[in-house]
Ligand binder design. Structure first.
Ligand code: KG4
Ligand code: ZN
Length: 333
C-alpha cells in the first residue's frame, strides 16, 4: 500500500510517499523559517499564505522523487490537527481534492501521533514504550501500547520546551528558530556556570512548566549584562536546566509504567545534549532511548504517513466533510 501523506499544521509544508507504513519513497519539507525569522516566531496569516503557494509544488516534488504518479497512490493521509487552522486547511483541502479525484480513502491524522510514530520509519521498537513529543508547540509524555493506542501521561502547563528555546534565543538576540543556535552556543559554555530553576512541579509529577526558566534567564541577563563568553554560559546553563527536567521526567514515566524503552521526537529531540544525557542516564536504569534522525524529529509528512497507514489498517476513514481540529488532545479520552 502506498500512502500520500500531507503535513501543514504549522510553518512547514510537507508531502511524502510511504510504502507499507514504514518505507519512505520520498519526504519533502519546504521550511518557512526565512519568512518568520524577522518576527521571531510563526505568523499564522503568513504561514497559511505560504502553504497555499507551496502545497502543489511540494506534492509534485514528492511524487517525482518517489518516481510515482497519483495513479499509484492507494490512500491519502493528512494532518487534521492540532495546529493553526488556516495552515491545516491548506493540507486538508489538497488531500480531499486528491482523494475525491482518484476515489481513494482519506484519513485525518493527529500530528502528535505522527511524531510518536516517526521512529518506525527507521527502526522497530517493541511496545509498550514511553513516547515524548518535545517541539515548538508541544511537550507531552505518552504511554504507547500499540500503533493506535496512546495514553496521555503529562504535558506542559505553559510554554512548550522548544518555545522556551525560541524565546530565550530571541531575548539573547541569537535568532530564530532558537533550538539549534542555543545548542551551538552552549557547546562553548559551561553548563554549571549559572543555576537556573528546574521546574519539577511536584515530586513525580509528569507535567512540565518552562515559563519560569525563561523568566529566570531574562532576570539574570538584566542583572548581569553578559560579555560574549557570558552568553555561551547562559545558553549552556539554560539548556542544561531544560534537559535535566526532560530527562528526569522521561525516566520517571518509564519507571512508573514499568517500561524499559523510551522514544523522543519533535524538533527538540534533535538536541545533542538531550540525546547524550538521556542515553547515558537511561542506561543506568536499564532504559533504552530511541531518537529518530533529526530530519524525522522535526515536522514532516513521512511520520503522518506512518500514522495514516495504521489508522487505515484499523479501519479508520474520513469523509470529504472532514474539518480541521485546532486543539486535539491525544490519548486523553
Ligand atoms: O517539531 P518542530 O519542527 O515543529 C513543531 O511542531 O513545533 O519543532 C521546532 C522546535 C523549535 O522550537 C526549535 O527551536 C526546536 O524545535 N529545536 C530545538 C533544536 N532543534 C529544533 N530545540 C533544542 N535543540 C535543538 N537542537
Ligand atoms: Zn510538530
Amino acid at each position: 500500500m502506498i500512502i500520500l501523506a500531507i503535513e501543514s499544521s504549522c510553518d512547514d509544508t510537507g508531502a511524502a510517499l510511504i510504502e507499507e507504513g514504514r518505507r519512505p519513497l520520498s519526504n519533502i519539507v519546504s521550511s518557512q523559517d526565512e519568512v518568520h525569522k524577522r518576527y521571531g516566531g510563526v505568523v499564522p496569516e503568513l504561514a497559511s499564505r505560504r502553504h497555499l503557494e507551496n502545497i502543489v509544488p511540494v506534492i509534485r516534488g514528492a511524487l517525482e522523487e518517489a518516481h510515482t504518479s497519483l495513479d499509484d497512490v492507494d490512500a491519502v493521509g493528512v494532518t487534521r490537527g492540532p495546529g493553526l487552522v488556516g495552515s491545516l486547511l491548506v493540507g486538508i483541502m489538497a488531500a480531499k481534492s486528491i482523494a475525491y479525484a482518484k476515489d481513494i480513502p482519506l484519513v485525518g491524522v493527529n500530528h502528535l501521533m505522527g511524531h510518536l510514530l516517526a521512529i518506525f520509519l527507521e527502526q522497530e521498537v517493541p511496545f509498550p514504550l514511553v513516547g515524548m513529543v518535545a517541539s515548538g508547540g508541544h511537550t507531552a509524555l505518552y504511554l504507547v501500547e500499540g500503533f493506535t493506542t496512546f495514553r496521555f501521561l503529562g504535558g506542559t502547563r505553559d510554554d512548550a520546551a522548544g518555545e522556551a528555546f525560541d524565546k530565550v534565543a530571541k531575548y539573547l538576540g541569537l535568532g530564530y528558530p532558537g533550538g539549534m543556535v542555543i545548542e551551538k552556543m552552549a557547546r562553548l559554555g559551561d553548563p554549571r556556570a549559572i543555576s537556573f530553576p528546574r521546574a519539577y512541579i511536584a515530586k513525580d509529577s509528569l507535567d512540565f512548566s518552562f515559563s519560569g526558566i525563561k523568566t529566570a534567564v531574562v532576570n539574570y541577563v538584566r542583572s548581569h549584562p553578559p560579555s560574549d563568553d557570558g552568553m555561551a554560559d547562559i545558553a549552556a546553563s539554560f539548556q542544561e536546566a531544560a534537559v535535566d527536567v526532560l530527562v528526569n521526567k522521561i525516566i520517571w514515566a518509564a519507571q512508573r509504567y514499568g517500561v524499559d524503552r523510551v522514544v523522543v521526537s519533535g524538533g527538540v529531540a534533535s538536541n545533542g545534549r538531550l540525546r547524550e544525557r538521556l542515553e547515558q542516564e537511561g542506561e543506568e536504569f536499564g532504559i533504552k532511548a530511541y531518537f529518530p534522525s533529526p530530519h524525522l524529529c522535526r515536522d514532516n509528512a513521512a511520520m503522518i504517513g506512518v500514522a495514516g497507514y495504521h489508522l487505515l489498517k484499523a479501519g479508520r476513514r474520513d469523509g470529504l466533510d472532514m474539518s480541521a481540529i485546532s486543539r486535539w488532545p491525544l490519548g486523553k479520552e
